[in-house]
Design a protein around this ligand. Structure first.
Ligand SMILES: Cc1cc2nc3c(=O)[nH]c(=O)nc-3n(C[C@H](O)[C@H](O)[C@H](O)COP(=O)(O)O)c2cc1C
Length: 193
């Protein structure tokens, strides 16, 4: 897939085909993420890939999905739930620092774009029970979960449309169950000097 197409068309996916994502593909996503920009090139992020069905099902119980389109975009186990999760972690003592959080954003967006190019949809998850997932992943005390990424072969293709009004950015499902994600236009966001 062309980079430009991925950049313009990537959308968060919350409906997944019930199909295994091979370890090679998950490896590729981490391989892409580790090359993302990071402050001072310190490379302080670490990744935990959960892809056994038992563990994925347990983690799924501690995730929350798109309030604006609930319950229609709440993934259903065995029907539309993700095939894997990647936990992006860092040192607990640094977890709330702007630099580590920013590194994490760059890494996750890289994973999302790399995945999109392979037909794998992602949902970046902040509404998760970090404590419960930390225990499930048997992480050490000094390690914190920054974010979780849900992944699976996409079984929906959300669309975006340009809007100029910041009060009109709420995403929604139409009568055909198509997810629309309004994005503010370049014109409404940018001042040229
Ligand atoms: C920091 C962050 C946290 C997010 N947390 C959640 C979440 O807990 N649940 C969810 O369904 N989506 C979550 N999302 C996905 C956003 O809802 C999604 O990115 C947004 O609606 C824009 O859609 P797009 O990614 O298709 O552009 C999160 C995204 C970000 C960047």
């Amino acid at each position: 897939m062309e980079l430009e197409q991925a950049l313009l068309e990537r959308r968060t996916v919350r409906k997944y085909a019930q199909k295994v994502v091979p370890d090679e593909e998950l490896y590729y996503l981490i391989d892409a993420a580790r090359r993302a920009s990071c402050a001072r090139n310190d490379q302080r992020l670490r990744y935990v890939v959960a892809r056994t069905p038992e563990l994925v099902a347990k983690i799924f119980n501690h995730t929350a999905w798109a309030g604006a389109v609930a319950p229609r975009r709440d993934p259903v186990p065995g029907v539309s739930a993700p095939a894997a999760f990647i936990a992006v972690t860092g040192k607990a003592a640094e977890a709330d620092t702007p630099l580590l959080q920013t590194d994490c954003g760059a890494a996750i967006q890289t994973i999302q774009l790399a995945a999109w190019g392979k037909g794998i949809g992602c949902c970046w998850l902040g509404s998760v029970d970090r404590k419960a997932i930390h225990a499930l992943l048997e992480l050490p005390e000094d390690t914190a979960i920054l974010y979780i990424i849900a992944l699976g072969y996409a079984d929906e293709k959300p669309v975006s449309e340009d809007v100029d009004d910041p009060s009109k950015v709420k995403y929604y499902l139409d009568s055909d169950d198509l997810l629309h994600v309004p994005k503010l236009s370049v014109e409404s966001l940018t001042v040229w000097k």
